[in-house]
Design a protein around this ligand. Sequence first.
Ligand code: ZN
Length: 277
Amino acid sequence: MTQPVIITVAITGAVPRKKDSPAIPVTPAEQVESTHEAFEAGASVVHIHVRNLDESPGSAPELYAQVQEGVQKHCPGMIVQFSTGGRGREQSQRGAMLYLKPDMASLATGSVNFPVGIYENPPDFVEGLAKVMLENGVKPEIEVFDLSMLYNAANLVKKGLVMERPHVQFVMGVPNAMPARRSVFDFLRGEIEDVLPGATWVAAGIGRHQWEVNKWCLESGGHCRTGLEDNLRITPDRLAASNAELVQKIVDACAQYDRRPASAAEARQMLGLAPAH
Ligand code: ZN
């Protein structure tokens, strides 16, 4: 039977890059428009960072609220996922918008080196953020940037800080963190079945690894993540025209792997989220 794939689109990264593509949506209005195009193309989850007017990484809950409201209005049922990522934000600000009760939020369960500097997630901070999510009914997407984070997530489930059957993302190809190697991917797939039975999972390939990792996921029953946050190129020599174009690339490949894009309602069901109202 053709298995549905939940496609997550990461529309805007936290930090502007030197050669950012003009296709990256920055203002809430641009973000809603770009999300809408990606939704029409087949994405069912949107991963959101916000930026300030000067394009520096934002943390203002008002910005998150504007994007959330626009997505709910224009993309019926689409799953809204806020980033609690660290780049450009103090730890104390990273969960400051969770009272808005997005469907999901990212939760990195350990520390790791990034291309520049340390992505710091000490144990008490991770537990605190998990608690705030639990209190607000926000489902975490566990971000696994390095191996230990998978087992840390299993411990959070044991402690009752994360609900059973969590959604986990393997992030592969960040320089200084976990490499995008097939052997590592296969190992992680085996481990998650063992330590987090019933969990759903997705993998993100960063930069030039994006498409390769998308195909691994389609082939092996995982879900897919794409978007301009992770990679700006549709082919090695051409920038993607939009987030929707990156989503469409996965949708077009689905049939080849006996997959089809999940609708937002199906994605909600697979992730154990309440139906949209
Ligand atoms: Zn992100």
